[in-house]
Design a protein around this ligand. Structure first.
Ligand code: SF4
Ligand code: SF4
Length: 451
């Protein structure tokens, strides 16, 4: 047996009251363990025999210790391929509207007042029926994206009715979520979306408090949007239907040099409005979307990672849900899944949801094809479909990176554009491991106090 290449560790933790201890993390199993320094020393020295048998079994089971002759990179890629092959949900993204009310400077799309017509909806349906016939699936998962999807609500309603019926006929589970700017998400519409269209997950972007958000996420005519969107979030999360249907809202904050100062006040505002238990928060860096120079004000990776820890900690103190630790990632995103496609309002098919309505990626090699043309004309090797080859050939840093099993390689589009896609976790994992440890400890204490 040998020590796995895919092990991360904090420093020794006496500074935080954990004398002669440290946290080790296997990215192969996404498991962290608090261990005594002497165990860590024996582990790194390969003295596995003198580690007590119970601990040693855990270290083997959680893949800190792996077979001597195993080529770990090949093993991980083989496991990923198997899990992908066995994937039992057909996951599609539908962008039924080329329109959006907002004019965010960092958006890479060209908007037009075009919505999926009945004939396009029929083609969505036909293609999904065809894909379902290619493999045994247990479920159908639809993500609505745009433009702003709710500007094409009538197309969403018609498509959902057909797909929900299809899933019912075939005995498939049906799940749906939506990336929306939240401007039109009024309670009456929300109820219809949840009850008729079965959309239960929502991602809504707020770029800081009003002071910052309203300089960036404004309407095309320059009007402010923060107060409307925030009120919508408060109103819909107060509906009984929100809880009854297990709905989730993730607030995404797009961050660069011009607005990172407003993230903390936004977290305070979420807390003041008592949205704990109703929303989660996610902090994202702004990058170029199709060569539009949106990333020119990006924060340096290390600085972002440092600030992110402060934001995560603040959310933790307020009991606002955040994702502190990554999970094992078997598939980086839809781009590499051959059966996962994006449809736009014109019937175009792509492999990445950032491609539709983009001047750079809307046509040419990025286009798989169009639903109105025979499938024999489709380009199976459209841009990003070869992500696995890029990764295994070593064109990115991922082949030798300890984070690969949890990261999967980041965003293929970013690497394709020549920008390393490493997530902040790579820079702040030591702090995150510690934060995760304290969260779990607090949860255990709360559990034992209630028994
Ligand atoms: S390639 Fe990047 S932008 Fe496109 S779907 Fe994947 S993660 Fe998203
Ligand atoms: S994107 Fe960066 S962190 Fe992720 S596997 Fe590749 S090199 Fe590692």
């Amino acid at each position: 047996m040998k020590l796995s290449n895919y092990v991360l560790t904090t420093d020794e933790l006496s500074d935080v009251g954990l004398d002669k201890k440290r946290i080790i993390f296997s990215t192969r199993s996404a498991t962290s363990i608090l261990v005594e320094e002497n165990i860590y020393e024996n582990l790194t020295a390969g003295n596995f025999d003198i580690i007590d048998s119970e601990m040693r079994n855990v270290l083997e089971e959680k893949e800190f210790i792996v077979p001597e002759d195993q080529d770990e990179f090949s093993y991980i890629m083989a496991v990923n391929a198997k899990v992908k092959e066995e994937g039992n949900y057909l996951s599609m993204t539908i962008q039924p509207s080329a329109n959006c009310q907002l004019g965010c400077h960092y958006c890479g799309q060209s908007h037009s007042k075009h919505y999926a017509s009945d004939s396009v909806i029929d083609k969505y349906y036909e293609r999904i029926v065809y894909l379902l016939s290619q493999k045994e699936y247990e479920g159908l998962a639809i993500t609505w994206y745009g433009g702003e999807p709710l500007t094409g609500y009538s197309s969403i309603k018609k498509t959902s009715a057909k797909l929900i019926e299809l899933a019912k006929e075939r005995g498939l589970n049906y799940t749906s979520d939506m990336i929306t700017n939240g401007l039109s998400l009024k309670p009456a519409l929300f109820k219809e979306l949840v009850e008729e269209c079965k959309v239960s997950g929502y991602q809504i972007t707020l770029d800081g408090t009003a002071e910052s958000h309203d300089t960036r996420r404004i309407t095309k005519t320059g009007d402010a949007t923060f107060d409307i969107i925030f009120k919508n979030i408060v109103d819909v999360t107060n509906l009984p239907e929100f809880k009854e249907n297990g709905c989730r809202i993730s607030i995404r904050v797009n961050i660069d040099k011009t607005n990172y100062q407003y993230v903390e006040p936004l977290i305070d505002y979420v807390n003041e409005n008592k949205l704990q238990g109703k929303v989660s928060m996610y902090f994202a860096t702004i990058v170029d979307f199709g060569g539009n120079d949106a990333g020119k004000d990006s924060l340096k990776k290390d600085f972002f990672a440092e600030k992110e820890i402060e934001w995560l900690l603040k959310c933790y103190e307020y009991n606002i849900a955040v994702n502190v630790m990554p999970k094992r990632t078997y598939s980086v995103c839809m781009a590499e899944k051959k059966d996962s496609e994006v449809f736009d309002a014109f019937g175009n098919i792509y492999a990445c949801w950032e491609f539709p309505y983009s001047d750079t990626y809307g046509k040419g090699d990025s286009l798989i094809g169009n639903l109105f043309f025979p499938k024999e004309t489709y380009n199976e090797n459209a841009t990003l479909r070869n992500w696995n080859d890029m990764l295994t050939s070593g064109q990115t840093w991922c082949k030798t990176c300890k984070h690969l099993p949890i990261c999967g390689g980041g965003c293929p589009k970013s690497w394709f554009e020549g920008t390393p896609a490493c997530p902040p976790f790579k820079s702040n994992y030591k702090d995150r491991l510690l934060l995760d440890y304290f969260i779990r400890k607090k949860n255990e204490e709360l559990r034992s106090a209630t028994i």
